[in-house]
Design a protein around this ligand. Structure first.
Ligand code: YSA
Length: 346
């Protein structure tokens, strides 16, 4: 029996060395090590041998089994390597070339700025709320003290939507600013409230380096029992410094918006000329970043708030203008021209 085993070992090893592909290798495995393979059969028949012979033959058969299994694994590795090398040669693939990177997208600079600004206000206790782009005339104008014949309507060149109901005309439009959300929020919530509303706004106007017809605004509104102009100034000072840096100067000047009294314009000193005057700031040394003011008592009354008890401040800023200031971008039209050379910079 020991001789038979030795012959089997020699034959199997010889055959294995002559094998050149994986299919033949599998056939070899089945021939010797498979369930019906010759070595398996010998191992199974050990029980029929006398005890002493069984011990000797069994030990030798297991040794050969281990040897053949090791040789099988090694042969398989060599064959796979050879196959890959052949494939590379035939297909002409250079496996040492670096892989192709997947192009990675990024957030649009306006989106990044919307998030950054909202985050600053969130840390000051404001809540972020969003509204719809299509709006009723009532919320965009009427409820903000801008009736049909009011000359202030000219400040917001409007894109109207043709919409008629059976009960008559209900003028609809693409919101020209985020201020209508002031009314919607006050109708739904009771003071104290502090909210910021980011969103897209639409104006029927010619575009130039600082004007787009579709752009982003962020509205802010705070209403409570003891809010004063000092709260408005303090909040916007802190916001401007956090966004633009502690060294920036902030200027408040009177301005007019029908839905606030008093109304203010907020500007920061020009980051290019440091306030001396240059092309970017129109030689004024200041760059306007938002309109703001104390919510008009008539606006409060319209939503059912008693102006003898409640006061509030509101503001509305242009997001693209702020990105322009932050990065020294001189033309707002670059934001939506979809030029990847521009967008990849952010
Ligand atoms: C005022 C008082 C409040 O209590 C609340 C909000 C406001 C702002 C008001 N709703 C408004 O829309 N004023 S605004 O017409 O002067 O626009 C506000 C900001 O939007 C501007 O300061 C400017 O930064 C930006 N903006 C205006 N027109 C733009 C524009 N950005 C890009 N393209 C345009 N065409």
């Amino acid at each position: 029996m020991l001789n038979t085993l030795e012959e089997l070992k020699l034959r199997a090893t010889e055959e294995l060395e002559a094998i050149t592909d994986l299919k033949e290798l599998e056939a070899w495995r089945l021939r010797y090590l498979g369930r019906k393979g010759s070595l398996t059969r010998i191992l199974r028949g050990l029980g029929l041998l006398p005890l002493e012979e069984r011990r000797v033959v069994g030990a030798q058969a297991n040794k050969i089994k281990e040897l053949l299994e090791r040789s099988l694994v090694e042969r398989e590795r060599l064959l796979k390597e050879a196959e890959l090398a052949r494939h590379v040669e035939v297909a002409g693939i250079d496996v040492t070339l670096p892989g192709r990177p997947f192009p990675q997208g990024g957030l649009h600079p306006t989106t990044q700025m919307v998030r950054e600004i909202c985050h600053i206000f969130e840390t000051m206790g404001f809540q972020v709320v969003e509204g719809t782009d299509v709006e009723w005339d009532y919320y965009n104008f009427e409820a903000l003290n801008i009736p049909k014949d009011h000359p202030a309507r000219d400040m917001w060149a409007t894109l109207w939507i043709d919409y008629r109901t059976e009960s008559g005309e209900m003028p609809m439009l693409l919101r020209t600013h985020t201020s209508p959300m002031q009314i919607r929020i006050m109708e739904r919530m009771r003071p104290p409230l502090r909210v910021v509303v980011p969103g897209r706004v639409y104006r029927y106007e010619a575009t130039d380096a600082t004007h787009e017809s579709i752009f982003y605004q962020i509205e802010g509104l705070a209403v409570d029992e003891t809010i004063t102009l000092a709260d408005l100034k303090g909040t916007l000072f802190e916001f401007s410094r956090r966004l633009f840096g502690r060294e920036r100067q902030v200027r408040f000047r009177c301005d007019y918006f029908p839905f606030v009294e008093p109304g203010v314009e907020v500007a920061i000193d020009c980051f290019v000329c440091g306030g001396k005057g240059c092309r970017l700031c129109n030689e004024t040394g200041w760059i306007e970043i938002m309109g703001a003011g104390m919510v008009h008592p008539d606006v409060l009354k319209r939503v059912g708030y008693d102006p003898e008890i409640y006061t509030g401040f509101a503001f509305g800023l242009g997001v693209e203008r702020i990105v322009m200031l932050r990065h020294g971008i001189e033309d707002i039209r670059l934001f939506y021209a979809n030029d990847l050379r521009f967008l990849r910079q952010f």
